[in-house]
Design a protein around this ligand. Structure first.
Ligand code: NAD
Length: 482
């Protein structure tokens, strides 16, 4: 691939300076479209984490004194730089993560929107005055930055996962040590660079990479760290939440999902199937809000399944920079192996494979867009977050059974429903246990709307007016005039 754009190797950002790890250690970054190494990322050790924490302490002291108006200017400045640098950041993201260039550009634009949104929120943090019980009493509620935040962000949306945490924390006046994704470190570093170049003071945001468990075991219990924000799998989230609990740290946990999609008989099955194929295979299915368990009512089932299968089979897997591509590779070999395991298990359990089901070639991490129908709940796919390009379509005739299936798993992140009946929609809201429900479109994840889960999908929200809350400490002060 002679005309492949260059990938830039990635350093740590500590105290406003980009530098290698103290040990000089690096990890390899691989292009998922080719399977070839394209660069390196610095691997932080404990020395580097100590330096990052000292910088965050200094950064917090400086940044919390900056007025909300000025913080907003920095956040708006970062948004402007992200838009100016969008093409470069998007290309770095495609090279390291594999998604299609159009998706990568959209992700950078959404990150800019998140910065603009949080710039507004920075200026809307209000305390309050509570009337005293006597005329000489003043009661004040203060809202202050919570302190140093340790944030852990994954590889599936290398820019969008980190921006929510960095913009939220900076808007509130906190400083951060972020552990970015080792598999896709470059676009994440460019996001952080935009904040630095827009005027975030040295130490207010620090960025490290390394061995995830080593970094979290050190940062979570560390006395300087007040708040943990993690996006990733439920298994790791539960582990970190337990560790944080032991040390009385505040936490936000944005974890896995296994989204049910209820298509009722009054919805147009063909139009719905066409729309859902795009959402299902976006980012090769590697999204926590990815639609996974398609439950189709009665007569709508056959036309829905036929249209969905045909559209999935027509997708063109390929490199994200190739304009002919309509779905990219998986981000790493672990996901390909998981798809192979889940497919073999589903076949063994009696599911019907309707298209796809195999790895494509042996260069890069491609897996065919895959659709199963008639999938028994004993199949691992129906229980484990697929996090890849596999859709499962089943028919239902009894609505109560469909709601029971939607709620069968311990997840509660996102659910989708398609219906023209407001009565049905109300029933779905009442019966389906999911923190986010999207009716008749795919409407989740905007900066101005809350994003988060319930049950095993975690707690705390990113996005909306809720997004700044996790980074604020409430204090109460009461004073009597003498
Ligand atoms: P994984 O569980 O090893 O890692 C998931 C994420 O957690 C990665 O970003 C990783 O760096 C981080 N991580 C892992 N162990 C950690 C630790 N001890 N301390 C701090 N961070 C840690 O799995 P993976 O192979 O990278 O991804 C597989 C699964 O992770 C997927 O099937 C999916 O369920 C989940 N995942 C979820 C999201 C999301 O958006 N919620 C994103 C990426 C991965």
């Amino acid at each position: 691939m002679a005309d492949m754009p260059a990938y830039r190797s990635v350093s740590l950002l500590i105290d406003g300076a980009w530098s290698p790890a103290a040990s000089g250690r690096t990890l390899s970054v691989v292009n998922p479209a080719t399977g070839e190494p394209i660069g390196t990322v610095a691997h932080a050790g404990i020395d580097d984490l100590d330096r990052a924490l000292a910088a965050a302490e200094k950064g917090l002291a400086a940044w919390r004194k900056v007025s909300p108006l000025e913080r907003a200017r920095v956040l708006n400045g970062a948004a402007r730089l992200l838009r100016e640098r969008s093409e470069d950041i998007a290309i770095q993201m495609v090279l390291e993560q594999g998604k299609m260039i159009g998706e990568a550009r959209g992700e950078v634009e959404r990150a800019a929107e998140a910065c603009d949104w949080m710039a507004g929120e920075a200026q809307r943090v209000y305390g309050r005055v509570i009337p005293g019980r006597a005329g000489n009493i003043t009661n004040l509620v203060l809202r202050e930055p919570v302190g140093i935040v340790a944030a852990f962000t994954p590889w599936n949306f290398p820019v969008n996962q980190i921006v929510r945490k960095v913009a939220g924390a900076l808007a509130a006046g906190c400083s951060l040590v972020v552990k970015g994704p080792e598999e896709a470190p470059g676009s994440c570093a460019e996001l952080v660079r935009a904040f630095v170049d827009a005027g975030a003071p040295a130490g207010s945001v620090n960025l490290v990479y390394g061995t995830p468990a080593e970094i979290s075991e050190y940062l979570v219990p560390h006395p300087l760290v007040r708040k943990i924000s993690f996006t990733g799998s439920t298994v790791v989230g539960k582990h970190l939440a337990a560790l944080a609990g032991k040390h009385m740290k505040l936490t936000t946990m944005e974890l896995g999902g296994h989204a049910p999609v209820l298509v009722f008989r009054d919805a147009d099955p063909v139009a719905t199937a066409r729309a859902l194929v795009g959402n299902k295979f976006r980012n090769a299915g590697q999204s926590c809000v990815n639609p996974t368990r398609f439950l189709i009512e009665g007569d709508a089932y056959e036309p829905f399944a036929a249209t969905f299968i045909e559209a999935a089979a027509a997708l063109k897997p390929g490199g994200g920079l190739d304009p002919a591509t309509t779905t990219g590779p998986l981000a790493n070999i672990r996901r390909v192996e998981a798809m192979e395991r889940l497919t073999a298990d589903a076949l063994e359990k009696g599911a019907r494979l309707r298209t796809g089901g195999k790895r494509i070639g042996n260069a890069g991490f491609f897996f065919e867009p895959t659709v199963f129908t008639d999938v028994p709940t004993s199949a691992a796919l129906m229980n484990e977050e697929p996090f890849g390009p596999i859709a499962m379509i089943n028919r239902f005739d009894d609505r109560e059974a469909a709601y029971a299936e939607a709620n069968r798993l311990p997840y509660g992140l996102s659910a989708y429903a398609f219906t023209t009946s407001s009565l049905t929609a109300k029933e779905v809201i009442e019966k389906v246990e999911s923190a986010m429900i999207s009716f008749n479109h795919f409407g989740l994840g905007h900066p101005e709307t809350p994003f988060g889960g319930m049950k095993d999908s975690g707690y705390g929200f990113e996005g909306g007016s809720e997004a700044i809350e996790p980074y604020l400490q409430t204090r109460f002060m009461t004073m009597a005039d003498l």
